[in-house]
Ligand binder design. Structure first.
Ligand code: MN
Length: 497
């Protein structure tokens, strides 16, 4: 057990080449702290609990995130599972680590109910984004979930299904949105057998030996391609084979009438070069040797995908007339596709955090479409002095997401009050609202709600809305409803006189 810790510690430090002495000491303290906190605790998989935070931290170190994020990864379960108060994290480490750990504990409290509509799923994903307000929190959460999925076999059947569905519907899409395609694919493949066992079995049966056979065929193709590239002095840094992951094969099969022969990218040949020019030159050569398949060429270098993904994709008729998918990209693009543009962007901004202060603003390269969009939403953060502040991502600065006591999500404008909430539930609930509980505590009706609040409205029969509500309600439609009732009331009393 101790040796496991040693090995993983070394791997983590190896991934963090340029950290300061101070950060190194803080990390050492975090290893000890986490080990003590989880002392004698076991996972459902019957291994020492500490192995889990260690693996999460290792994954985060591969994403090249700073020391504080990795420390938060080591400590991410101690508020909930080891009963250590937040104050102790603050005093032993720093506010940033405490913030990250607390934010993670908060999103763990959101309960996901399956069988929701696409709209509700999207709301749920948005709520997670809105609540975290910092990309790093999501990166830690995704690493945590990925590691949990690796030991999902240890859970009971009902929990397996629930976790697998949640991972497929919420967390894998979040990973893709952040450009973490490799993590997204892994999350999907660990979930697939538990979420859709029948479909999983069928897909495996259909794929059968085909994938292996295709890979062997591609291996024979490599020297032929390399030879032609060498003639014009092009030599790839690396040639890889990328097997399409099972869950995405399943999705593709559904589109292709379950015909595996039409899934051309079952295994793709991937050529890695150092320069962009070489990628285009290599593409030209390949199209010269093998006829391209019409409609299959995609230039994601000139036109990156919204999550920042860049590569050239083509499908060609190769030896024996077989269709082969070829992907060409630079080393940098390849690494980004694996670890995500969000993390590489964060890493760069952290590295340059000192010089950053001198600059007016940090502008992510144009191709980071998704991040550019984020930046639009949160320009204000980019002018702030505090480093943590500008890492904060206010994804939905005009919206908040609160919960009903049943865990349903209600989407409201920023500044909304329990009265706005009540009218969103039902007009009668609004009209008869007497008081409100926020997170179980009795709270005035004019309080301002925050994302993640659980709101309960206490109604009283025959109660009428007060004209005072008009002073604080946020939503125009709610104001209109209140005005109508108040007006009717006045007319009634007039008549009564
Ligand atoms: Mn965990």
């Amino acid at each position: 057990m101790k040796t496991m810790m040693k090995i993983m510690k070394k791997q983590i430090f190896d991934n963090l080449k340029d950290i300061s002495q101070e950060e190194k000491e803080l990390l050492e303290r975090a290893f000890l702290f986490a080990e003590n906190a989880h002392h004698r605790q076991e996972r459902k998989s019957q291994e020492p609990y500490i192995n889990h935070p260690l693996r999460v931290a290792l994954l985060l170190s591969k994403m090249k995130l700073g020391a504080n994020t990795i420390i938060a990864g080591l400590l991410h379960d101690i508020l909930e599972d080891a009963d250590i108060p937040l104050e102790e994290i603050k005093s032993n480490f720093n506010d940033e680590v405490a913030f990250l750990v607390q934010a993670l504990t908060k999103i763990n409290k959101i309960k996901y109910k399956k069988g929701e509509t696409d709209m509700e799923k999207e709301n749920f994903r948005n709520m997670i984004l809105a609540m975290t307000k910092d990309i790093r929190v999501i990166l830690i959460k995704l690493s945590d979930r990925l590691d949990n999925m690796k030991t999902i076999w240890a859970l009971d059947e009902e929990k397996q299904k629930k976790k697998a569905m949640e991972t497929l519907e919420i967390f894998a899409p979040l990973a893709y949105r952040l450009g973490l395609t490799d993590i997204g694919a892994q999350l999907e493949d660990y979930s697939f057998p538990y979420a859709y066992p029948e479909e999983y079995k069928l897909t495996r049966k259909i794929v059968g030996k085909r994938r292996e056979e295709l890979e062997n065929y591609l291996k024979k193709l490599v020297p032929l391609v390399e030879k032609r590239l060498n003639i014009v002095n092009l030599s790839p840094l690396k040639i890889k084979f990328r097997a399409k992951h099972l869950y995405s094969i399943w999705r593709k099969l559904q589109k292709e009438e379950m015909d595996i022969k039409r899934v051309y990218d079952l295994v793709a040949m991937r050529l890695i070069f150092s320069k962009v020019e070489e990628c285009y030159a290599a593409l030209g050569i390949i199209h010269e040797i093998y006829k391209p398949m019409p409609g299959r060429f995609k230039d994601y270098i000139a036109l990156p995908k919204p999550n920042g993904y860049r590569s050239l994709h083509t499908a060609v008729f190769a030896e024996e007339g077989r269709i082969v998918e070829i992907q060409i990209r630079t080393k940098e693009m390849d690494e980004e596709a694996e670890w995500g543009i969000a993390s590489s962007w964060l890493y760069d901004s952290m590295k340059n955090s000192k010089s950053y202060k001198k600059r007016k603003s940090f502008i992510p390269p144009k191709r980071f479409y998704w991040l550019n969009q984020l930046q639009e939403w949160q320009k204000k953060f980019y002018n702030s002095r505090n480093f943590l502040e500008y890492l904060k991502v206010d994804f939905f600065k005009d919206r908040i997401f609160v919960l009903t006591p049943k865990g349903e999500i209600v989407d409201l404008p920023d500044g909304a009050t329990p009265v706005d909430f009540a009218y969103q539930i039902h007009t009668e609930v609004g009209n008869q609202a007497a008081s409100a509980k926020i997170n179980g505590k009795l709270t005035p009706l004019d309080s301002v709600l925050k994302s993640g609040d659980m709101v309960e409205i206490i109604v009283q029969k025959n109660k009428m809305p007060s004209s005072k509500w008009l002073e604080f309600v946020k939503m125009a439609e709610v104001r209109k409803k209140i005005q109508e009732v108040v007006k009717k009331q006045k007319e009634k009393t007039k008549k009564g006189k």
